[in-house]
Design a protein around this ligand. Structure first.
Ligand SMILES: [Zn+2]
Length: 116
């Protein structure tokens, strides 16, 4: 369903509008929730466990994302996740956090999430 937004995917279910089954009222209600979320900062804790040698790479990615936000610049940030090597991170967080967003691109497992 398309209700005239400039996006190609539904902001509620994250499916492309061609396959989205959300009603117009569900999408509008969700868009109101998104507007409220855009105005509210949320601080939360993620517990990370990974090999010591990967910590600098992971922190560099987080710091770069924060830097881009500070300077108001848009870039793609990529972390190569070598799961058949020894990059086996474990993350724990509060399950009451919002549900995961779906990637806007998934090419054979290479995923892009849109934080813009
Ligand atoms: Zn939808």
């Amino acid at each position: 369903m398309s209700i005239g937004t400039p996006f190609s995917h539904c902001p509620r279910c994250w499916e492309h509008y061609d396959v989205c089954k959300c009603t117009e009222s569900e999408i509008k209600e969700h868009e109101e929730d998104i507007k409220k979320m855009k105005e509210t900062d949320k601080t939360f804790t993620i517990k990370c466990t990974m090999k010591d040698r990967w910590v600098p790479h992971f922190l560099a990615m987080l710091k770069y994302m924060a830097y881009l936000g500070r300077i108001g610049s848009s870039r793609q940030v990529t972390l190569y996740s070598d799961g058949d090597g020894d990059f086996h991170p474990k993350f724990e967080w509060d399950e009451s956090l919002p549900a995961d967003a779906k990637p806007i691109i998934d090419r054979g497992g290479d995923r892009t999430y849109d934080a813009g």
